[in-house]
Ligand binder design. Structure first.
Ligand code: G6P
Ligand code: MG
Length: 216
């Protein structure tokens, strides 16, 4: 193995919770209740596709023009950006900084494959821009996870063969994307949710090189 490629939201920091709160608020405006179970299906999914899924959930997919949908997506994003405005390095999930340093010292390439157009900003606020050799620009990705594109782009930018990469994800769609890219999939979350992951850690504190390498 030569590289680790990380998802951002829900792996590096708990911003997945803020995405959920912002979608939930938009759902309430539209009369479409969004619970945590449905939210699992939005994790790792792009902004536009997430909105489509929410509208379909409420059988309202034909109620809005493209322009109106863009406004709804912008509204959700403004809310999300206001929620994450205050995050700092204190919001990095436990064990992640140590793990990133461990990987750096051991000579692994480190990439980020997030579907978020806010990934650079969030990573900067966390003070972690220096920790990644490459962050894929979500604006250049055509196909949402579970499509492997974002992970393949990260591997290409790191100049590492996908089979020598380990992907780390908290989303069902993300684990599928890692597997479809031909990479080893590490899940962060619940084993009964991330059923397709090769290995799962419930707590980011358990994410250590030894714990991963001994389970491959
Ligand atoms: C990540 C999150 C999703 C979010 C997507 C797009 O994959 O897991 O919940 O919808 O990024 O984020 P953005 O910041 O571009 O709206
Ligand atoms: Mg995620």
């Amino acid at each position: 193995m030569k590289a680790f490629i990380f998802d951002l939201d829900g792996v590096i920091t708990d911003s997945a919770e803020y995405h959920y709160l912002a979608w939930k608020a938009l759902g309430e405006d539209l009369g479409i209740p969004i619970d945590r179970e449905f939210n699992e299906t939005l994790k790792g999914v792009s902004r536009t596709e997430s909105l489509e899924r929410i509208l379909r959930l409420g059988h309202r997919e034909n109620d809005f023009s493209l322009e109106e949908k863009e406004k709804l997506a912008t509204k959700k994003n403004s809310h999300y950006v206001s929620l994450i405005a205050k995050i700092t390095s204190a919001d990095i999930l436990p064990g992640i900084e140590t793990f990133l340093s461990e990987l750096r010292e051991a000579g692994y390439k480190i990439g980020m494959a997030s579907a978020s157009k806010n990934a650079q900003m969030v990573t900067r606020q966390l003070g972690l821009l220096h920790a990644f050799d490459h962050i894929v620009d979500a604006a250049t990705v055509m196909d949402s996870k579970p499509h492997p594109e974002v992970f393949l782009k990260a591997a290409e930018a790191l100049a590492v063969d996908p089979k020598d990469c380990i992907g780390v994800e908290d989303a069902v769609a993300g684990i599928e994307a890692i597997r479809a890219a031909g990479m080893f999939a590490v899940g962060i979350g619940e084993r009964n949710v991330l059923i397709e992951a090769d290995i799962v850690f419930t707590d980011t504190r358990d994410l250590t090189l030894e714990n991963v390498l001994t389970r491959i």
